[in-house]
Write a protein that binds this ligand. Structure first.
Ligand code: TRP
Length: 328
């Protein structure tokens, strides 16, 4: 099926399942079991993630939204009039709308290139945006971050604002975060700008509650990984025999998410013809969310060859939005 808004896809459906199988086999065979977080985002997972963003405990999205809402005009005032938007990990693009609107207040048309791992999120956000903003041109890029990077040099000729919001930078290991920003930096022209949203270190109770919402949406999201293995790889995980765990690790300054086995058990995954043993209390590590101090953050940008021209924050300094240019 041809969809005019869907231009670039780095995926082939068949190799996707094979890659999933290979990653599951590798991750669950490690002495410390691990599953890559990119598999959170099937259709159901993307919906659950949107629901996480609306829970009262998950201050991250709300805080960043408010910062962008208050400062969208000052942010875009720093860009050339004909700048286009590129976004890594766009999701449902709800916060992006604030910048789209600010940009459309200054010029009649705008190009927007969202890059995301979730084809369902891309498709639905693109069609909503097109309905809402008739003068917007949307070109979606279905890809993982590093694959999507290539399009930075190919899609647009003119100046661009590159968005990396939601503290998705915190889901990289610190060394990977430097590497990722550096890769972006090498593809930036002098007039391009990068806007990075970063969740900061704060009170432990606030941090842990954000990843343990009372309604259990984050738990559902985490457990969705096991459900996917059951559905797509013919596994027999008992979802009631695992529970979601999210704890702040102060030594590493990160929230760690795990799935903890509640009993001694064996799980079989037919499509890879394997059985995995779990001891009671053993966990599968599924995600990290690093929280930055201002010092660490400043160091990250310097290491990546980026110069920060401005930073916006909220009254509690829970979250910062950072505008960066390539250092000359
Ligand atoms: N980057 C955000 C964060 O770390 C969003 C996110 C990524 C997230 N993976 C998650 C939120 C898993 C909850 C659970 O907060």
């Amino acid at each position: 099926m041809h969809d005019a808004t869907r231009d670039i896809s780095a995926y082939e459906e068949i190799s996707l399942v094979e890659e999933f199988a290979a990653d599951v086999l590798q991750g669950l065979s490690l002495p410390k079991k691990y599953l890559p977080p990119k598999y959170f985002y099937d259709g159901r997972g993307s919906k659950l993630f949107e629901a996480i963003c609306l829970t009262p405990e998950y201050y991250v999205t709300r805080t960043e939204h408010n910062i962008l809402c208050r400062n969208a005009d000052s942010i875009v005032a720093k860009l050339p009039k004909d700048a286009s938007l590129v976004e890594f990990g766009s999701g449902n693009s709800s916060k992006t709308r604030l910048l789209i609107e600010a940009l459309l207040r200054r010029s009649r048309s705008l190009k927007y290139h969202p890059i995301d791992i979730s084809s369902s999120a891309l498709a639905s956000s693109a069609s909503e945006l097109l309905q809402h903003y008739p003068s917007l041109e949307v070109r979606t890029i279905h890809a993982e971050y590093f694959d999507g990077m290539e399009s930075l040099s190919t899609i647009t000729k003119g100046p661009k604002l590159i968005l990396f919001l939601g503290s998705n930078i915190g889901n990289f290991e610190p060394a990977e975060a430097v590497n990722f920003l550096r890769e972006i930096r090498t593809r930036m022209n002098p007039e391009d700008r990068l806007l990075v949203g970063v969740d900061m270190v704060k009170d432990l109770a606030v941090l842990e509650a954000a990843y343990n919402d009372a309604e259990g949406v984050t738990a559902e999201f985490n457990l969705n990984l096991l459900r996917r293995i059951n559905c797509e790889l013919d596994g027999n995980f008992d979802l009631d025999a695992f529970r979601h765990l999210a704890l702040f690790n102060p030594a590493k300054s990160r929230i760690e998410m795990h799935l903890e086995s509640l009993v001694d058990q064996t799980v079989s995954i037919k499509s890879i013809d394997k059985e995995f043993m779990f001891a009671r209390g053993e966990t599968i590590h599924t995600e990290n969310s690093y929280k930055y101090t201002e010092d660490k953050l400043a160091g990250l940008f310097v290491d990546a060859g980026l110069e920060r021209s401005e930073q916006w924050s909220d009254e509690h300094r829970y979250f910062t939005v950072n505008l960066l240019s390539p250092k000359r």
